[in-house]
Design a protein around this ligand. Sequence first.
Ligand code: GRF
Length: 197
Amino acid sequence: MNNLVVFASGSGSNFQSIIDAITSGQLSARIVGLVTNKNEAYAIERAKNNNIPVLVLNPSDFEDNSEYSEKLLQQLTDWNTDLIVLAGYLRKIPASIIQAFDNRILNIHPALLPKFGGKGFYGMNVHTAVIEQQEVETGCTVHVVTEEYDKGPILGQSKVQVLDTDTPEDLAKRVLTEEHKLYPRVIQSHLETLNQH
Ligand code: GRF
C-alpha cells in the first residue's frame, strides 16, 4: 500500500477529495499524515474526522531552517512516506526534502501551467490575472515539485472555459471543482508509474 502525506495550509478541499477517492476505491493508497503550518487550518478538522495524524510545523517558529527541515524529514521518514501531496500548502518546501523525495512530491496549481505560475501567482491572484489578460480558457495543473517554483514536469491538466461574465471568484469555484477530479486521478497514475520501478 502506498503511504501518502498531504500538506495543506487552508480549507483542504483537495485533501478531502483525496480522502473521498480512497474511500470510494478510485485511489489505492492510504493517508498516513497531514502536515500543516497553521493551527487554524480547516484541513486539521478533516484529518481528525478521518483519524489521520496531524503535524503542525510552522517554519517561522524555527530560528534555524535546517532544524525545521530535519524535524520534517524525520516525521516523513517515521510515517514511511511514499508520496507527498501538496494541496494548498503555502510554504516553501526545503531543498533537502525535495532532494530526499525526488519525483515523489506533487502539487496542484489553479491555472494551466506554464501560464500564470511562479512567484506571486497563488490563490485569487491567479484568477484575477486570467480575467485581466482576457484568456478564453484556464484550468488546473498537477506537476512534480522541483526546486524551481511551479516548473516541475506536468503530469495532468484539466481545462475550464472562461466566460465573459466570470468574476475571479466564479473561476476559482469552477477550477476547484476540476481540481477535485483531476488530483486523485493523477496521484493514482503517478503511484502506478512509481511502483513499476
Ligand atoms: C487550490 O486552488 C490549489 O490549486 C492551490 O491551493 C488551493 C487549495 O484549496 N494550490 P483547498 O485548500 O484544497 O480547498
